[in-house]
Design a protein. Structure first.
Length: 270
């Protein structure tokens, strides 16, 4: 058995990865986005996501249109994050009964790919300096355009008979005013920054600057997934608002995502 928790990968030590895996004896695996895409082609599995169709923008205001276009990009990126997290966790469940074959660099490779790519993707979503950033920048832009995001526009998709439901959701998610409550947006910004901070610090210190105190920034497994969960929740919240789609979205996972597991039903090497 190789020594545990001693080798440092790109910015996560194997020690950190042990904490990420938690219930499993040693760190192992994740199917990277590129590998997942290759598998889909091989298995002829259509992984169509709702990202293929741009939001239906009720408002014709050019600023709202720009927000909606930006939000579509974020929707696509966070959908990928949610999908990769799902695959990682399910892969872990599949491999638990096969603990004897996981003392292999192959599984370490997948863990590192998942943690590195997912953490970098989370970091991009909370970046405040990029010219075309992620969700954090979008929320800042929304906070500057409050007067354009109205209850009237939001209510249109609900139609006759669903007005009460629309009123309830608007009050719970967006405030009881005629326009989006700016305090709600600010609260979401604060929550996003605090939730993603352990991951942002890890990426910044270990990758960007190789800080001499980088060992102090060992984010945990739950830190990464808490950040992904919040990104998904907030993306849905503002997608349904800016796209004026009502409240029909509760997950960014494709409906037929379970099809990827077919790869485990055939031997890989003959």
């Amino acid at each position: 058995m190789r020594p545990e928790c001693v080798v440092y990968f790109e910015f996560f030590s194997l020690y950190s990865l042990c904490g990420f895996i938690g219930a499993i004896e040693r760190p192992r695996f994740e199917i990277s986005r590129a590998v997942a895409n290759a598998k889909r082609k091989a298995d002829n599995i259509a992984m169509t996501q709702p990202t293929q169709t741009a939001p239906t923008k009720i408002s014709t205001d050019p600023i709202v249109k720009k927000l909606a276009d930006h939000l579509q990009e974020i929707f696509n990126d966070v959908s990928s994050l949610a999908e990769n997290k799902y695959v990682f966790l399910r892969f872990r469940e599949i491999m638990q009964p096969n603990i004897g074959i996981t003392d292999n660099v192959f599984f370490d490779h997948y863990v590192v790919n998942y943690v590195n790519s997912a953490s970098a993707a989370v970091r991009r979503q909370v970046d405040t300096k990029a010219s075309r950033g992620g969700l954090r920048i979008l929320l800042g832009d929304i906070s500057k355009s409050i007067a354009l995001i109205t209850k009237e526009d939001y209510m249109r998709p609900f139609g006759i008979g669903l007005t009460f439901e629309g009123e309830r959701i608007w009050s719970e998610r967006y405030g009881g005013k005629d326009t989006l409550d700016p305090a709600i947006v600010q609260a979401d910004i604060t929550l996003l920054e605090s939730t993603a901070k352990p991951i942002k610090d890890m990426v910044d210190k270990r990758v960007a600057h190789r800080d001499k105190d980088a060992h102090l920034y060992n984010a945990q497994y739950n830190d990464l997934h808490n950040a992904i969960d919040l990104l998904e929740k907030l993306t849905i919240k503002y997608y349904t608002l800016i796209a004026s789609t009502g409240s029909g979205i509760d997950s960014l996972l494709a409906g037929n995502i379970a099809g990827w597991e077919s790869i485990f039903k055939e031997p890989w090497v003959s």
